[in-house]
Structures are given as structure tokens and as C-alpha cells.
Design a protein around this ligand. Structure first.
Ligand code: UD1
Length: 429
């Protein structure tokens, strides 16, 4: 297993290209199941989760091709991916694949819409909590799907096809919104999704689906209306920039000091995060090439943050913010309301000398004068990058173990940070 070694104390200066959003690329790839024509996705990040989803989609009969790289000088342009599901050859998504990437559960809606049946493994638990799928299932049932559970699998059928309906989600769920929205594109009649997730990735997927011929209104708000169509066709779509990667590198600059242009980043994708970072003492400026983030000389101030669905502060940046606050002046309060078990980085940050106490869903972070490098272990995707951020500001050497979590969601992390002056290297086993 690879490890990452960081020698702290170096400022970051330069440019970091922001990749396409993982959390949009995955559902966009899954949307290819809805049409026999080719979906071309540009700016797809080169990540382990993307490669795994390619394998999963191939299993259903999707042909995939990735364009070769050309030297075009656009460092932040990701891969171009062509996906063609001419025929669905298998409507089963096996346990061995779904357990490794929860988002692959979202094939359920598209398979039901197109093939009127699907058998998809329940994803099981994961490091950050129980993560149920009840909202996906009740949403699809509202569109007429008959659902039963059999041997750890969701068996769904819609003889004669799905029909439109009203789905009022009792809780905001990104995944359930993607799943049911994709299913509804080819249901008969009108579907209304109330209390839908309004994350920018949902709007991005809806915009691609509309290019494919779907009739979706209101994506990006809490009410999405979908008029079902008979069939969908091919389209070309560029994945929006990754707001979580943007926030992560902004916090890395906050941790290390210096000034970095986050190339291709968009401020409108993370309004609450930028507000929090400004409160913490970072300078953030919008430019026509992206966001310029700086912390020159000034110390960090403590902040109080609660994670919330968009446009609130995202749970996917909670661990990174906590790492940053370890060195802030004063006591920060960070409340996690989305996932129940998302403080596993706390014990690892403590190994570097952080002073954090957790009570229920609240973490109190008392800023300390210095962190000291140590060996730590990544527990999940976002937790792992929080340890990298802590390592950037710790004295001496920090070694992060189990970095395969990082590779799931951060493209060329060592290269991006290293090119701005961080002393960071991958130790291959
Ligand atoms: C997506 C993101 C993930 C992010 C999360 C919250 C992707 C690939 N993943 O995950 O990075 O952290 O949104 O922004 O886009 N819930 C239920 N029943 C359900 C579904 C969800 O109770 O059927 C609960 C979850 O346990 C959680 C909350 O709803 O407490 C939000 O989860 P959800 O938005 O569904 O997260 P994901 O879509 O899995």
C-alpha cells in the first residue's frame, strides 16, 4: 500500500488546476445507461472511482473509450470519455462492485427506466456510517416500481414501464435525487421531486440529461419537475469543476500560507465555504482564470461551522476545515449533521498534537501553537486529505498510510501540491 510523506513548513505558491467534479462525473457516466447512443463526457477526472465505475458499467454492456492525451497546454483539462450502452446485456449490479463504490447503486434508476427491471446489490455500511438507501427505494416506488429484497439485493420491476409521480423526500439526499431524477426522465407523464438536493452536481447532471432530450426543470432548486419522454439520445457534456477539490486546496493554502491560483475554480459552487475561509483569515479573489487564495503573514482565526446540504457548508470539507482549525487562534466549533460517524480523522489529528474534543455531533477544536509530524492513517476519502493538510503545517515529517482512499477522489495530489512548493512524495510499497 502506498504512503505519502510530507515535510511541513513550506509555503504554497503557484497554480493548481482544478479537476472535473468526481461527484458529477460518476452520475453523468451512469446516465449513459439511459440511451443506446454515445455520451461524450469531457473534463472527467482521472480517479480510481472513475476507473471502477467504468468496469461496473462495462458489466452492464456499456462500451467505453478514453481519448488519448494531446499536448494542448490545458493542464486542467481532464479525460474525454465516450460511453455507449447500445444494448444492456446485464441488469444485475453485483455486491462485489457496489460495496466498493456506493454511487454505483445509482444504476438502479436508469436500468429500471430503460429495461423495466434491475437487480442491484445493497451497498452495505461504510466507514462514515450506516448510509441507508430507503429514500432511493421509496422514490422509485412512487414512480410505480415494485421493489423487493432478495439475498442482499434490491430487485426492482416496472412491468409496462415507470410512470410519473410526486416524490416528497423527507430528507435531502444527493444520491436519491440523482437516482430518481434519472429514472423519471423516461417515465410516463410528469414527476415532481420535492425537497430534492440542490447540489451543483445535480444541476450539472440535469443539464446533460436535457441535452440528451430529457425535459427537466428546476434542477439546482429544491423542486425538480420532469416530463417523461419516450427515449433519450447521445450528447456531449463537460463536467463542472470540483468544488470539494477547490475547497480542499484553498484550505491547504490556508494551512501552509502563500498564494495560489486555483485554476478553473468557480466561486458560485462554494459560497458558504469561501465565506468561512474569509472569516478564518484567508484572502479569496475571483479572477477570470479561477480563484486566487492567499494567506500572507496573518494568523488563522477560529470559526464555527455546521455541515448542511448545499448551499450550506459541505460535509465533504468538514475534515479539511478541522485540520486547518487545529492551528487557529481560539476555539472552533464544528458540527457534523449529514453523516453520523464522520469524525474519524480526530484521533489521527490528535497524533499530530491537535486538541479536539468530540461530543455527539459537535467537535471543539482548540487551536494549538504547533503540530508535530507523525505517522497517521487515512480512514476515508475526505479524512485522508485532512491529514495531508495537517501535515503541511506540522513541524517535521508526517507519513499518511492507506492513501488508496485519497486516490479515489483526488487526482495527482502530490503533483499539484508539489508544484507549488510543498515537500510531498509518494512512497510506493
Ligand atoms: C453524496 C456524495 C458525498 C457527499 C454526500 C452529502 C457523491 C458520489 N457522493 O453522497 O460525497 O458526502 O452526497 O453531500 O455524490 N440518507 C438516508 N436514506 C437514503 C439516502 C440517504 O437516510 O436513502 C441519508 C444519509 O445517511 C445521509 C444523508 O441522507 O445522512 C445525505 O446522504 P446523501 O445525500 O444521500 O449522500 P450520498 O448521495 O450517498
Amino acid at each position: 500500500m502506498d504512503r505519502i510523506r510530507i515535510t511541513g513548513g513550506q509555503q504554497l505558491n503557484g497554480t493548481i488546476p482544478i479537476s472535473g467534479a468526481k461527484n458529477a462525473a460518476l452520475p453523468l457516466m451512469i446516465a449513459s445507461l439511459l440511451t443506446p447512443d454515445t455520451i461524450t463526457l469531457k473534463n472527467v477526472p482521472n480517479l480510481a472511482d472513475v476507473s471502477l465505475l467504468i468496469r461496473i458499467l462495462r458489466n452492464h454492456g456499456v462500451d467505453t473509450a478514453v481519448d488519448g492525451k494531446r499536448a494542448n497546454g490545458n493542464g486542467h483539462q481532464g479525460d474525454t470519455l465516450h460511453l455507449t450502452a447500445r444494448d444492456i446485456v446485464d441488469t444485475t449490479a453485483p455486491y462485489d462492485m457496489v460495496r466498493r463504490m456506493r454511487a454505483s447503486f445509482w444504476v438502479l434508476g436508469p436500468l429500471l427506466a430503460r429495461e423495466h427491471q434491475a437487480r442491484v446489490s445493497l451497498p452495505g455500511g461504510c466507514a462514515i456510517g450506516t448510509r441507508p438507501v430507503d429514500l432511493h427505494l421509496t422514490g422509485l416506488q412512487a414512480l410505480g416500481a415494485e421493489i423487493s429484497l432478495d439475498g442482499g439485493y434490491v430487485v426492482a420491476k416496472a412491468p409496462g414501464g415507470l410512470r410519473g409521480g410526486v416524490v416528497s423526500f423527507p430528507k435531502v439526499s444527493v444520491g436519491a435525487t440523482h437516482n430518481v431524477m434519472m429514472a423519471a426522465t423516461m417515465a410516463k407523464g410528469e414527476t415532481v421531486l420535492e425537497n430534492a438536493a440542490c447540489e451543483p452536481e445535480v444541476a450539472d447532471v440535469a443539464s446533460c440529461l436535457n441535452k440528451m432530450g430529457a425535459k427537466i426543470d428546476g434542477a439546482g432548486t429544491h423542486t425538480i419537475t420532469i416530463q417523461g419522454v419516450e427515449e433519450l439520445e447521445g450528447a456531449t457534456h463537460t463536467v463542472l469543476p470540483d468544488r470539494i477539490e477547490t475547497g480542499t486546496y484553498a484550505m491547504a493554502v490556508g494551512a501552509a500560507g502563500g498564494e495560489v491560483l486555483l485554476e478553473g475554480a468557480r466561486a458560485d459552487l462554494l459560497p458558504s465555504v469561501l465565506e468561512v475561509l474569509r472569516q478564518a483569515g484567508l484572502e479569496v479573489a475571483e479572477t477570470n482564470r479561477g480563484l486566487r487564495v492567499a494567506r500572507n503573514g496573518a494568523g488563522l482565526s477560529a470559526v464555527n461551522v455546521t455541515t448542511e446540504p448545499f448551499p450550506g457548508f459541505p460535509t465533504d470539507l468538514q475534515a479539511q476545515l478541522m485540520a486547518l482549525m487545529c492551528r487557529a487562534d481560539g476555539v472552533s466549533q464544528i458540527r457534523e449533521t449529514i453523516f453520523e460517524n464522520r469524525f474519524m480523522h480526530v484521533q489521527e489529528l490528535a497524533r499530530l498534537g491537535a486538541d479536539i474534543t468530540v461530543s455527539g455531533d459537535m467537535a471543539k477544536v482548540r487551536g494549538v501553537a504547533a503540530l508535530r509530524g507523525a505517522e497517521v492513517m487515512a480512514t476515508d476519502l475526505r479524512a485522508s486529505v485532512s491529514l495531508v493538510i495537517a501535515g503541511l503545517m506540522a513541524e517535521g515529517e508526517t507519513v499518511v498510510n492507506r492513501v488508496y482512499h485519497l486516490d479515489r477522489g483526488f487526482e495527482r495530489l502530490e503533483e499539484k501540491l508539489g508544484s507549488c512548493g510543498a515537500r510531498i512524495e509518494r512512497l510506493s510499497s
